[in-house]
Ligand binder design. Sequence first.
Ligand SMILES: *Cc1c(COP(=O)(O)O)cnc(C)c1O
Length: 353
Amino acid sequence: MLVSLIKQNVINLSAYKVNDFECKAKLDANESPFGFDISPEALNLVKTNKYPDPEARELRAILSKMWDVPPENILHGNGSDELIYYCIMATGGPVLYPTPTFVMYSIIAKSLSEATLPIALNEDFELDTDAIIKTIHKKNPRIIFISSPNNPTGNAFAVENIHRIIMESKGLVVVDEAYQSFSDKPSFVSYIGNYDNLVVMKTLSKIGFAALRLGFVIGREDIIKEINKLRLPYNVNSLSQTIAVDLLSKKQSELSEDIQTIISERYRLMERLNEFNALRVYPSDSNFFLIKPLRMKGVELYSKLLESGVAVKSFGAAVPALNDCLRVTVGTPEENTFFLNCIEKILNTKRTT
Ligand SMILES: *Cc1c(COP(=O)(O)O)cnc(C)c1O
């Protein structure tokens, strides 16, 4: 292979790395610990010889009710990752995002050779709105990504900060609500009529459907129409469409119960972890949260957890703001108790209470 044929911006990229551990509790990928059984009747509806519905009409109709927004305002993607691609392709750069945040914004911007404007979050992981607005005025970013709640810090940003950014920006602002179901803060979907430069991104990945790869952009019809021109014709396959339609139409109450369980397990986990003097626990509005061991290195706790059978996410030197932090996804009650017991053994400290 003539590597010299590859464009320089691609050579400079590093591939998105996913760990594939065999372990007792896999708490490293922000997946829901609760899945759904697929009904054979749903599977029988899939015609293997036919292309999927390119417009995913049934699925968008159901989501239109769930999110209280007309179907014309919803664009479907093969996960929201695909839609991040389309959004950046549609506007071009510079691409502004706070940092640390979801890495795909920068990976996709760079893979499209677009300039990036990463702006550091404050010490408490809140948006540095003044710095962002200054950069907006100076560099005029054509697109801004705000993940709220933010991955990997876990917190939702102050709503008025997001409003200020949308108002100051001449570019498109994408509010990524991958974790919004776990937060008390309201969705920005209700504001798409108020701003002509706002779209909201949603995904089913974090609420039990990661296997299906279903993400969505919600926005004004004129913007959705333009982004839709970039969408590959059959981007969401029939299996995913059919299974999602079947489950979303029948399992709404299980879905909200699962989300409630995850939220209450998050409270239980964080409360117990806060009792350890040797650990800092960061606030969260998501199905995951950050911890930082205070008397050992983050990587040391990471390895010891892995040896005990718990996988969490560690951030290497690549993310200095998260030095020594580990990201823990809320699992099933059993996984969470197992994780707590492992932490207690590793930190080897009596709790303060
Ligand atoms: C997980 C995640 C996504 C990706 O969602 P997919 O629909 O699985 O592609 C998007 N944004 C954020 C902030 C995420 O953490």
